[in-house]
Design a protein around this ligand. Structure first.
Ligand SMILES: NC(=O)c1ccc[n+]([C@@H]2O[C@H](COP(=O)([O-])OP(=O)(O)OC[C@H]3O[C@@H](n4cnc5c(N)ncnc54)[C@H](OP(=O)(O)O)[C@@H]3O)[C@@H](O)[C@H]2O)c1
Length: 258
């Protein structure tokens, strides 16, 4: 049976790695981002499956409505809410348009796309929603010296974690799975695009993030983070605040086979 995934932020980094992996697994794709040329290049590089490039700006209501319309009308097997911007800045200096963009892309868009996709998945009795957050979601208890000045970004990721966990509970037993992926630092264009050079920091590859997410989904993990212990990550950060920055870039052992 054919499988169809819609991926936001498929024009680079983690989203592109999802697109390539899911295509290799036989998924047809709807690839969303603003850079149409990149999406068309991606489609041309994956001739074995059907890839629909969709240029849409998820910081606008029109862009979100267009993509949400497809989430409602297409028989999605998987929705990957991955698009994101960071705008690391103290809130007093964060321009209003950047704050709005951040909340729109990281909160409004995944909420509205998920809301649009779930009824169809429920009626088909199957589907998966993967939301990409990050370890910074749990950074609240860390001192400013370790995790400075990114309250709005951290807040959007925390929303993603809470929404994913509660949605997982809401959809339990329906055949629709929900996962939130929480990587540490990943080697993509993400920091570069805001003028930050993190090349000296140990970084995970986007490919490994995707391997962890898809294997974690098979394992039934709702929160896909490198360390899985009984304590929630926030409690661990409170106890050992350096943990939130000192994430190993290696793929955890439990994701290596299967
Ligand atoms: N890199 C890290 O260290 C890291 C760590 C933890 C979590 N994350 C999360 O991972 C996700 C993917 O980031 P990445 O690391 O792969 O960075 P990236 O290479 O910069 O990719 C970001 C993607 O989001 C898309 N995007 C941004 N604004 C958009 C908008 N207004 N409308 C539509 N698409 C938009 C970009 O496409 P266009 O520019 O073509 O629109 C791009 O495809 C983000 O949500 C981020 O929060 C990243």
């Amino acid at each position: 049976m054919s499988k169809l995934a819609l991926i936001t932020g498929a024009s680079s980094g983690i989203g592109m790695a999802f697109a390539e992996r899911l295509a290799a697994d036989g998924y047809d794709l709807i690839a969303v981002g603003r850079r149409r040329d990149r999406l068309e290049e991606l489609a041309a590089s994956l001739p074995a499956v059907t890839v629909q490039p969709l240029a849409a700006d998820l910081s606008t209501d029109d862009g979100v409505d267009t993509v949400a319309g497809l989430c409602a009308s297409e028989p999605l097997t998987m929705l990957v809410n991955n698009a994101g911007v960071a705008h690391y800045m103290p809130i007093a200096e964060l321009p209003a348009d950047k704050a709005r963009e951040l909340v729109h892309v990281k909160v409004v868009a995944p909420t509205m796309l998920t809301r649009a996709a779930v009824p169809g998945m429920l009626s088909r009795g199957e589907g998966a929603i993967i939301n990409v957050a990050g370890m910074i979601a749990f950074s609240g208890p860390a001192p400013a010296s370790l995790m400075p000045r990114r309250a709005v970004y951290a807040g959007t990721l925390a929303h993603t974690v809470a929404m994913s966990q509660t949605l997982h509970a809401e959809l339990e037993g329906t055949g629709v799975r929900v996962q939130v992926v929480c990587p540490g630092v990943v080697a993509t264009e993400f920091h570069e695009r805001q003028g930050l050079d993190l090349s000296a920091v140990p970084r995970m590859s986007a490919d490994d993030v995707v391997t962890a997410a898809l294997r974690g989904l098979e394992l039934g993990e709702v929160v896909c983070a490198r360390r899985q212990r009984r304590q929630p990550p926030t409690a661990r950060v409170r106890r050992r605040p350096r943990r939130v920055r000192a994430q190993s870039p290696d793929l955890a052992q439990r994701y290596r086979s299967g």
